[in-house]
Design a protein around this ligand. Structure first.
Ligand code: GLC
Ligand code: MG
Length: 543
């Protein structure tokens, strides 16, 4: 299996085959790409040209031997991220927490989890990142707090305290205004928990230790907008907004009801008071993010495209591109102009890309190639660039399997810690780690670096026009990307057999130079003939 996977990897990379005769790129005009990158990333729409990287601080780098990743550790690894070709990092929650939901249960919105360090160390991280021109966004978890948050301690005391209405209370384990939440708790069977002290039930969309804030109280609106201001004042570059569609509930609908949209618009106004800051939504409807994008400038800058990100395993499993075509057609048609797609193939909430690809590196790479060539902003989940294997230990919940410590080398602590890691390393840690993969031209890490280099400075990837090409077959997915300066065709064979596809699209150009992968493209005035090897993919410059 490993041997076959390596051969597949080799087939994906230009220059390691030999048998395949597509000429090297003909001379197309070039620019000073590093200078272009600097200019693009300095503008207010930097986020449309950036590559983001999601970090679980607890699992990234330990600096003090306690086995828990921390802010100082992350700071010491910023150069790795620069070298990888990343422009911004998203920190999963770093605030104080009883850790019932890996930090998504916050007990203090203005502090730092002592396991991860101090506020001074956070400020040092921000400064070190900004010095390297790396931006930092953080998770903003506003739907709920921890049951250990001071606001909840007060609210649960009795029915008359000043924060009595800061959470969603009811005399019965139900609420006529809250019907859909009652029917659909994300974790467990009931979304209502009896609080004996207050003698009422509180609503929790997630774990019972995560009571939902009541946004119908104006004081909650003010207090949470102040949380955003607090971190913006610290200098963070924006927020990843956790389950943000669920702030307000109603009898029949809990996703992004009008009251929630109004709140998001207020939050956007706060963010807009600080130049260059951005917010990306975690949509709760996995197959439609368009509602989060408002008119393109009054709600989120970006929303995660889960229709691709969380479902790509199915089209690759069935070797049929239809699902991918449909989800991108939908985003192209429904997103307002000015809005940006946020493209993922994994996160801390789902299985590792390695697992979704069933251990087939070519599948992982073909999925990543679509993520990295479609119009939008890619978010890479830490370790994805190594094809990090899943773990087997579970401390918080089963998602820990995709949250194992980063692997830097083959030593006992894998460069992550000098102590005992808080969560056991994933499988095959001696073989698949940064040090080993840096040295291997056909590794997953080399694949990612090559594609991120190809993106660098080229505005076309973030904002250029995108067309899904008619390939005449569900076996081949192909994209045409174009801007004033250049154009590309990116193509993926969904199947385990070599394929030839006819691209019926006039005007693609007359010459194609392959810049990545393997396969051939011959252009004519009517379109082009594309051949891809089994499990193969390629990117061609066509103008
Ligand atoms: C989001 C997070 C997830 C968390 C949940 C509740 O979906 O990504 O990890 O469990 O919100 O906060
Ligand atoms: Mg530590």
């Amino acid at each position: 299996m490993r041997h076959a996977a390596l051969l597949g990897l080799c087939a994906m990379l230009a220059g390691c085959g030999g048998e395949d005769a597509q000429p090297e790129p003909e001379t197309f005009p070039e620019k000073d790409w590093p200078a272009e990158a600097e200019a693009l990333l300095a503008g207010d729409d930097w986020y449309r040209h950036a590559v983001f990287y999601e970090v679980y601080v607890r699992s990234f780098q330990d600096s003090d031997g306690d086995g828990i990743g921390d802010l100082k550790g992350l700071t010491s690894r910023l150069d790795y991220l620069k070298e990888l070709g990343v422009d911004a990092i998203w920190l999963m929650p770093i605030m104080p927490t009883p850790f019932k939901d890996s930090g998504y249960d916050i007990s203090d919105y203005q502090g730092i989890n002592p396991d991860y360090g101090s506020m001074a160390e956070f400020e040092a991280l921000l400064a070190a990142a900004h010095e390297r021109k790396l931006r930092v966004i953080m998770d903003l978890v506003l739907n709920h707090t921890s049951d250990q948050h001071a606001w909840f301690s007060e609210s649960r005391k009795d029915k008359t305290n000043p924060k009595a209405d800061w959470y969603v209370w009811s005399d019965t384990p139900s609420d006529p205004n809250n019907g859909c939440g009652t029917a659909n708790p994300t974790f467990g069977d009931s979304a209502w928990q009896l609080d004996p002290a207050r003698g009422q039930y509180y609503f929790h969309r997630f774990y019972p230790e995560q009571p939902d804030l009541n946004y119908r109280s104006p004081a909650v609106v003010d207090a949470t907008l102040d949380v955003a201001r607090f971190w913006l004042d610290k200098g963070v570059d924006g927020f990843r907004c956790d389950v943000i569609g669920m702030l307000y509930e109603s009898a029949t609908e809990c996703d992004l009801i009008p009251e929630t949209r109004d709140y998001v618009k207020k939050l956007r106004k706060v963010v807009d008071e600080y130049p260059g800051r951005v917010m990306v939504a975690e949509p709760s409807k996995l197959t439609d993010a368009s509602g989060y994008l408002g008119n393109g400038s009054d709600m989120f800058h970006m929303a995660f495209h889960f229709g691709y990100g969380y479902f790509w395993g199915f089209p690759f499993g069935s070797q049929n591109a239809t699902g991918i075509v449909e989800t991108f057609q939908k985003s192209l048609a429904s997103y307002p102009s000015g809005a940006q797609d946020a493209l993922v193939i994994g996160s801390h909430d789902v299985q590792r890309a390695f697992s979704v690809a069933q251990g087939d590196d070519t599948k992982h790479q073909r999925a990543a190639l679509i993520q990295l060539t479609a119009q939008g902003t890619p978010f890479v989940y830490y370790g994805e660039e190594l094809a990090l294997r899943p773990g087997s230990q579970q401390i918080v919940d089963q998602r820990d399997k995709a949250r194992t410590p980063m692997l830097w080398d083959a030593s006992a602590g894998h460069g992550f810690t000098t102590g005992k890691p808080w969560l056991a390393f994933g499988a095959e840690a001696e073989l698949f780690n940064v040090e080993a993969e840096q040295a291997a031209p056909d590794s997953m890490l080399s694949f990612y670096k090559a594609l991120l280099t190809l993106r660098r400075g080229r505005a076309i990837w973030g904002t250029g026009q995108m067309e899904i090409l008619d390939t005449g077959t569900t076996s081949v997915f192909a994209l045409y990307r174009a801007d004033d300066f250049m154009a590309y065709v990116a193509a993926v064979n969904m199947t385990e057999e070599a394929r030839v596809a006819e691209l019926a699209r006039p005007g693609l150009g007359s010459r194609a130079g392959r810049v990545s992968g393997s396969g051939q493209l011959t252009l004519t005035s009517a379109g082009g003939t594309l051949s891809l090897p089994a499990n193969g993919a390629a990117i061609f410059r066509v103008r």
